[in-house]
Design a binder for this molecule. Structure first.
Ligand code: URA
Length: 223
């Protein structure tokens, strides 16, 4: 199934309770040929209304940082670890709530399906939620950000042990990677754009520059 089929299927997802108060599923967006995938946390208020990822204030900051790092958003695939907006209502306002482990678990098959179709060369986790879900629960953005780490996409096929490895009769293509899969997938985690928007004025420029520096590492890896 391609991305369009996945998007259509995810529109009816009821794997956790978040679908009910949300306006719609916000699936990933970008070309099927993208070499880079960005994974945020979950759609925000604006994304929930429009149905597109990273189109609100955090998305505008991300667009600017991508431009400053020399990455064209149109070449990238942008998605989220959770595809429904989790919020609490306060009068007319909808206040973002961090998704729980149960929401990440329920949504994970969609992310795995996106990776299976895209076979990206680099995956960028935007913020701790994505990094903890995709790298390790002990991952700390402040400590480990900006480093390209070799990474195996969840659900990627493991080498098959056919029990004949030492009989000298391996098939010619035994060591070939899957068709269309990069020889190695890389992962990098960086600050979530929303965290930069929340950074106090006096520290915001430095936080933004650090995001651009991390994205520049990715741009160089893809050059
Ligand atoms: N924050 C996210 O993590 N994802 C979006 O799509 C928008 C804001």
């Amino acid at each position: 199934m391609g991305l369009d089929g996945l998007r259509a299927a995810a529109a009816g997802c009821r794997a956790c309770e978040l679908w009910e108060p949300a306006t719609q599923t916000v699936f990933g967006e970008g070309p099927e040929t993208a070499r880079i995938v960005f994974v945020g946390e979950q759609p925000g208020d604006r994304e929930d209304r429009t149905g597109e990822p990273f189109v609100g204030p955090a998305g505008r900051l991300l667009d600017k940082a991508l431009g400053d790092a020399g990455i064209d958003r149109r070449d990238a695939y942008i998605s989220n670890a959770v595809k429904h907006f989790r919020f609490t209502a306060k009068g007319k306002r909808r206040i973002h709530q961090t998704p729980g482990p149960e929401h990440l678990r329920a949504c994970r098959p969609w992310l795995e399906a996106e990776f299976a179709v895209l076979r990206p060369e680099v995956v960028v986790c935007l913020g701790a939620t994505a990094a903890k879900a995709l790298i390790s629960p002990s991952f700390r953005i402040t400590r480990d950000r900006g480093q390209l780490l070799p990474w195996t996409p969840p659900g990627a096929a493991l080498p098959v042990d056919d029990g004949h490895l030492d009989d000298g009769h391996q098939e010619a293509d035994d060591d070939e990677p899957d068709e269309g899969a990069p020889a190695q997938t890389w992962m990098l985690a960086t600050t979530h754009p929303s965290a930069i928007l929340r950074t106090p004025d006096e520290a915001r420029d430095a936080a933004y520059a650090a995001l651009v520096a991390d994205l520049t590492v990715v741009a160089h890896a893809l050059a």
